[in-house]
Design a protein around this ligand. Sequence first.
Ligand SMILES: [Zn+2]
Length: 365
Amino acid sequence: MYGPLPGDQAGPLKRPAPRRYAAYRPGRLPVGAARGHLRLNRKGLAIGIDIGGTKVAAGVVDAEGRILSEARRSTPGTDPRAVERVILELVEELSRGHRIRSVGIGAAGWMDLAGGTVLFSPHLAWRNEPLRENLERLLRRPVLLTNDADAAAWAEWRFGAGRGEDRLVCITLGTGIGGAMVMDGRLERGRFGVAGEFGHQVIMPGGHRCECGNRGCWEQYASGNALGREARLLARANSPVAQDLLAAAGGHPEDITGAIVTELALAGDRASRELIEEVGEWLGLGLANLAAALDPGLFVIGGGLCSAGDLLVEPARKAFSRNLTGRGFRPAAGIELAALGPNAGLIGAADLSRVSSRVRSQGAR
Ligand SMILES: [Zn+2]
């Protein structure tokens, strides 16, 4: 029922005329500059579903990005049919008492540009899975599939920290690094729909081995996993500065996680603060590389590691300014924490499903 996402180049959508700006002024564009295609369907409710490696979170979302009701399940293994059944259950449960027009699904992985097929998903057994078709049959409503990082970026742009900035790059720091771009009011997904894999830019040739097969990827230095790894190394070295870290993990260095380090850092532990500062510096260096390529107005940093707040972002801002190409001779992008927290994915998936159906129907007229 749906065509491509609003961000796609291909497909039957009428492309909007290019917008012209007056002479560039540093700072944010006026709110709504790229939102003409979004003034639609103010009343429609949509369900957003965020499928993670361990849990499936769903919610009814209104046109202002507010969650009206929520439901959760554990991710039922990797069997695609079992995942579809859980989605059906959630939609049936949340539809009681709400008139739902569409359903948006966000999951880690790559969707084809038309948004019908999951090409690959790391946590689930989806390989070339025609998920949208299966789900539209089951749910009897329009369904939209999107990458979870794209969904979160869309939500931050529409309702969160990215409001008013129309050249936006979002970075999600979790076990790895997720990336997504909203440019001039559209998700930028590249020629083949797989743009935004910023976590795998090589930032340290010959460095730590990455799951992707390369060495020295950014996400091996600036993610929750990287933070945990460095803390475990410090604890295993029997360093006296790691005593509190070790104690927090019951004396077992291998049980130290990024979340434990973040908690201790917020409580004032010096070694934990230094570890987060180091991750923040790697973050800033990678952002400077992205600014050289993409020149956004704002980076929004989300994901679990964000709970470290300024302990992470301040060192990132400093490293960013130190490494930015043309520093001193150009306006620099802002770096801000995400505003919507862990619900960004489901809010964005719901909103994309609502907006896409209308863009499609307008295009067809
Ligand atoms: Zn990699």
